[in-house]
Design a protein around this ligand. Sequence first.
Ligand SMILES: Nc1ncnc2c1ncn2[C@@H]1O[C@H](COP(=O)(O)OP(=O)(O)OP(=O)(O)O)[C@@H](O)[C@H]1O
Ligand SMILES: [Mg+2]
Length: 310
Amino acid sequence: MGAPRPAEGWGAPQTADNLPGGLSGTPEAARSRTTAAGTRVRMTQVEGKRALMDNDTSKPPKIACEKICKTFIQKGTQQVHVLEDISLEVFDNEFLVILGPGQSGKSTLLRIIAGLETPSTGRAILDGREVSGPGPDRGLVFQSYMLFAWRTVLGNVEMGPKLQGVGKKERREIAQHYIDLVGLKGFEKHYPHQLSGGMKQRVGIARAYANNPQVMLLDEPFGQLDAQTRLFMEKETERIWQAEKRTVIFVTNNIDEAIILGDRIVTMVGKLPGRMGPAYPVDLERPREPTDMRFLKLRYAITEASELVL
Ligand SMILES: Nc1ncnc2c1ncn2[C@@H]1O[C@H](COP(=O)(O)OP(=O)(O)OP(=O)(O)O)[C@@H](O)[C@H]1O
Ligand SMILES: [Mg+2]
């Protein structure tokens, strides 16, 4: 397991003068294609060549959503059509961001992949098998911290391995490793109420990692944080993911967050039912600089094509 590393800085900002030939995300360069799963995606000419980024797309996808529709029944009879025809592939160790406005069904889709909801039609596939319920192969981090208030940081993080029957010494080592990795060394004996929002979400991330999941599912984990802490946590998320790669699906309604973090951004559009919108590979080196002209152009392209308001 890799040793914890300090957070890295943003690096030198780029200007229009030092941009390479192709610019990301220009709307006029956008074109459509259809993935194997049938998703209409909008790609730029430059980025389209590197579609789906550096992930090995010759292998079957780690996760696939096949024509998922979801309708909830409320108060016995009232139907709420939340998701319509969602097809999506996520590749091993890919950092996929699902970007969409409120009530476009993002959480519902993530919960279906997590096995916490069942689709009305269609299916979610993990490693070639249909998802039929939750499992330790998927780590979840939610917007609300969902920590055990009566347990310390260490107690929260070691809970997963404990439930899996891992012995005390080993689970302590696992928990300590992830506490160190998320930058909470020294806070092992603190209780959640003694932590800031960002620290609580670090505990949530460490707790999810401690189960050694192959897939991390994060649902707007930084939505409750102030802008500065949020940016810091985005950089931390990138650092942690680079230290210990996993297949990540990260849900957000924040365009900047999506571009900072994603290998690829899949947008969701519409309010009830939510549908797939264009997808955008993010062909920018990490760490990403929001003042980089290519960042801004991609931001513009996504904003223009989506219903999101800046
Ligand atoms: N269990 C449920 N029963 C009935 N309706 C539900 C249920 N869960 C979600 N919904 C409805 O589905 C719609 C989409 O909700 P969802 O939470 O998936 O959207 P979202 O894109 O995550 O929104 P936000 O960005 O606000 O978190 C909402 O109108 C919500 O009321
Ligand atoms: Mg949500």
